[in-house]
Design a protein around this ligand. Structure first.
Ligand code: AHR
Length: 516
């Protein structure tokens, strides 16, 4: 497929330039041009958002536990680790669970909250001990903005409107008074609000035209108050469902603030996704090939949105993304618990660079999911916790949060496997508020390094510091037995001479550079 992309691929801030055959050998450097004085778009920190669903051990065991005390409490170890990656927002309570969730089950004294069965995920008992107050407390402790997804599939307009009033109304009203009776005087000021989740599937199996009408109705009753206006997020397309975007933007675009695209990376099929850790190069390549499809989805959905919203007022939110593997052997298939290797880190770095480069339209994203579910930042076992390679990528990319995106032109080279090939090197660049330039690069090729020569235009540089995340094997990962096998280390393969940088990107590596 990528053989056909021999033409220039122009994104909003990056030009991927194919290398000639001669340039594909590591001996021939790939050219990177960074236009340090041409930035005009801010990379929203909300691109680095997380997702925490009532799914498996994402909430219970992940952030909320009875371990040690016998009483429900937050996991401080997990919260402290999440603070380090400066989580900007957390999407909750789902996912599919959102359209099953009735928020009033999760307020008031815990011993009086009803118990339900989570028929969406694993058929386990949900005691509702983690509800609205607990979620908003968690977000506050992490320093993240809450992103609540309301129930459209099995809920009512009144139920959603009352939830909005409960968390946001400052004065005297039935819901604000109920909030006070439950111990919270001040409203929380929750602005990010999803109107359903995957309404084309688990959220109600709706057609786009039907959903557009339902959306218009539900959002009408999310009334802005003095201190908080809703940022209304509509269910967006599933991968390449362009009809969904077309219809929803045409019929309801005027009432939407964010359109929520979902796309997962798989190495196999939905019925045989493949192991998270036991894989070879065929599965590595398939995963990369599948991941880079995200670019065409973003560009094509954005092009449709441009027709209805040329000012780009409506954000494209990639509300669910990440790798989806078979669950770890012996775990509940409904819990979606998977390990996380260097392969996942490379996928994360590719996607985050891509989102940065489309920051003019993508102003939010949520990796699925934060703890113990799918491509998690953190895995827990009893009182133990490990940081995954994906966590480290999120940490390495923190300097891009709210920085100014810098346009780059990057000769990408190719990574060939079998009869196919894909671009090997991807990157993005930004300038932070102190003037430092940050460049993040990823080499998708697990076999060969790539030399890169960078021309930094429009500024002068004197120092460069780099960090790298890589390992000797594709499936390297952290485990409870060896929790710190993978972490970023100093990158010594970069030199600065005048305005030029020269570097050697090792195979399967993620590199973050800071230039001053
Ligand atoms: O993240 C797991 C599930 O994937 C979510 O609940 C759903 O929205 C998506 O299909």
């Amino acid at each position: 497929m990528m053989r056909q992309t021999a033409a220039l691929l122009v994104a909003s801030a990056v030009i991927l330039v194919p290398a000639t055959q001669a340039q594909q050998t590591p001996a021939q450097p790939l050219e990177l041009v960074v236009n340090a004085d041409l930035g005009r778009v801010t990379i929203s920190r909300h691109i680095y958002g997380q997702f925490a669903e009532h799914l498996g051990r994402g909430i219970y065991d992940g952030v909320w536990t009875t371990s040690g005390t016998g009483e429900w409490h937050f996991r401080d170890d997990v919260i402290d680790a999440l603070k380090q990656i400066r989580v900007p927002n957390i999407r909750w309570p789902g996912g599919c669970f959102a359209d099953y969730y009735h928020w009033k089950d999760g307020i008031g004294p815990r011993e009086r909250r009803p118990t339900i069965v989570n028929t969406v995920w694993g058929g386990v008992t949900e005691d509702n001990s983690f509800g609205t107050h607990e979620f908003l407390e968690l977000a506050a402790r992490i320093g993240a903005e809450p992103f609540v997804v309301g129930n459209v599939g099995s809920g009512t307009v009144q139920e959603m409107a009352e939830w909005w009033e409960y968390v946001n109304f400052p004065g005297t009203s039935p819901m604000a008074d109920l909030r006070r009776a439950n111990g919270r005087d001040e409203p929380w000021g929750v602005r990010f609000w999803g109107v359903g989740n995957e309404s084309w599937g688990c959220g109600g199996s709706m057609t786009p035209a039907y959903y557009a009408d339902v959306y218009r109705r539900f959002q009408t009753f999310l009334r802005g108050y003095e201190d908080v206006r809703p940022f209304r997020v509509a269910t967006g397309p599933n991968s390449g469902d362009y009809e969904w975007t077309e219809t929803v933007m045409r019929e309801a675009g005027w009432a939407i603030d964010g359109l929520d695209l979902h796309y997962y990376s798989l190495a196999g099929t939905w019925s045989r996704k493949g192991s998270a850790t036991a894989f070879g190069e065929a599965e590595w390549f398939a995963m990369m090939q599948n991941t880079i499809r995200m670019e065409q989805f973003i560009e094509r959905h954005s092009a449709i949105m441009d027709r209805y919203d040329p000012e780009r007022r409506v954000a494209l939110i990639v509300g669910e993304w990440g790798t989806w593997h078979d669950v770890e052997p012996g775990t509940n298939p409904g819990f979606l618990y998977q390990q996380n290797t260097l392969r996942d880190a490379v996928v994360a770095a590719y996607n985050l660079n891509l989102f940065n480069n489309h920051a003019d339209r993508i102003r939010g994203a949520n990796i699925a999911q934060m703890v113990n579910v799918l491509q998690a930042m953190i895995l827990t076992r009893a009182d133990q916790m490990i940081l995954t390679p994906t966590y480290h990528v999120f940490e390495m990319f923190t300097p891009h949060h709210d920085a100014t995106l810098l346009p780059i032109a990057l000769e990408h080279g190719t990574y060939a496997f079998g009869n196919d090939d894909i671009p090997a090197v991807h990157g993005s660049a930004s300038r932070d508020s102190t003037g430092a330039i940050h460049i993040t690069l990823v080499n998708l090729d697990p076999n060969a390094s790539r030399s890169v020569e960078a021309d930094i235009r429009g500024t002068s540089i004197s120092t460069v510091h780099g960090r790298i995340l890589t390992a000797g094997t594709m499936n390297a990962h952290n485990a409870f037995e060896h929790p710190d096998r993978l972490h970023p280390v100093a990158f010594r393969g970069v030199r600065v001479t005048g305005q030029r940088l020269t570097m050697e990107l090792p195979p399967k590596s993620v590199v973050a550079l800071e230039l001053r």
